[in-house]
Ligand binder design. Structure first.
Ligand SMILES: Nc1ncnc2c1ncn2[C@@H]1O[C@H](COP(=O)(O)OP(=O)(O)OP(=O)(O)O)[C@@H](O)[C@H]1O
Length: 309
């Protein structure tokens, strides 16, 4: 099965500023691919290149095996997109707005009911968009992206501006999308916690470069774990664990000491060794918690060298 999205050497400049810098991205079919990066990292520009809305200065994009530059219309038919500016007519109803896109795409009228049902918007279709909440507008945007059941969905910051309930709804929806719609989903975000909860794969972009990409579980498994130690004497605990050859530091906003394990080191075995050493040194320990590093740590680690370059 070809990758749903594949870019090679994708590059785009604005004047002398390089917004997308030789990106090689592979989005596997049926994945939920979290496209992560800080504001200004190059996510939206990359997405516009994927959709053929911008021309690359160099490199290529393939959607479902189709070259976006050479075969623009056929490639565009494979993708539904939700971009930040949704461009709905506020005085028209949700249905009427969807109908405009449906006609352009030459799809049967039944598509409207299908996409409204798929986004849990069936009961709101006859209301004007001006009366919609932001969450409802986002769902209508998703419904429009799903018209014609494209195999690839590209969603640019779909949780932007939503309240916590709207974010939770969207998260649930995104997780179910590959099964519900049989689609591959690329979702961009600067909210790492959000992506961690929905993605099967991640790509991290920093200063226009793709600095890390892969299956989320594999990336996390390859990361070293850490052990947090709570004690009545953090400075002494720090000295003891360092004496035993561990790399450790004080957590800045707490009294805890965090021990960073080497890749492949077994957290529970390390915790037992630490416990023994601290007790022997007379440090009173009230918490000893092995934990896997979050995507936040992964992101910081990946983004930093590029930022310094
Ligand atoms: N039309 C444009 N003209 C000039 N510079 C641009 C243009 N579009 C984007 N840029 C620049 O390219 C860089 C990448 O911007 P881009 O919008 O792709 O980032 P982003 O990761 O999507 O950020 P955000 O989350 O803030 O939208 C930025 O430095 C931005 O200022």
């Amino acid at each position: 099965m070809p990758a749903a999205i594949e870019t090679r050497g994708l590059t785009r400049r604005f004047g002398d500023r390089i917004a997308v810098d030789r990106i090689d991205m592979t989005v596997p079919a049926r994945s939920v691919y979290g496209f992560l990066g800080r504001n200004g990292a190059g996510k939206t520009t990359t997405i516009k290149l994927l959709l053929g809305l911008l021309q690359p200065d160099a490199g290529s994009v393939r959607i479902q095996g189709l070259d976006v530059t050479r075969d623009r219309l056929a490639a565009a038919r494979q993708v539904g997109a939700l971009l930040e500016a949704q461009g709905f007519y506020p005085h028209l109803t949700g249905r009427e707005n969807l109908d405009l896109s449906r006609c352009l795409l030459g799809l049967p009228a039944t598509e409207i009911d299908r996409v409204l049902a798929a986004t849990d918007m069936a009961t709101h279709g006859r209301r004007r968009v001006s009366d919609y909440s932001l969450g409802m507008r986002q769902r209508l945007g998703l419904a429009r992206a799903m018209l014609g059941a494209p195999p690839v969905l590209v969603l640019d910051e779909p949780t932007n501006g939503l309240d916590p309930e709207g974010i939770a709804d969207m998260r649930r929806f995104l997780r179910e999308l590959p099964d519900r719609a049989g689609a591959t989903v690329l979702v961009s975000s600067h909210l790492l916690g959000e992506i961690e909860q929905v993605a099967t794969h991640v790509g991290i972009v920093s200063h226009g470069r793709l600095v890390l990409e892969g299956a989320l579980t594999a990336l996390q498994a390859g990361m070293a774990a850490e052990v947090e130690i709570g004690s009545d004497a953090p400075e002494r605990a720090l000295a003891v664990v360092r004496d035993h050859g561990f790399i450790a530091e004080r957590e800045t906003d707490a009294d805890a000491v965090v021990v960073r394990l080497a890749a492949g080191e077994v957290p529970h075995a390390a915790a037992a060794t630490l416990n023994h050493a601290l007790c022997a040194a007379g440090v009173r320990v009230h918490a000893l918690a092995p934990r896997r590093r979050s995507l936040e740590a992964l992101y910081r680690q990946a983004a930093q060298p590029a930022a310094a370059a």
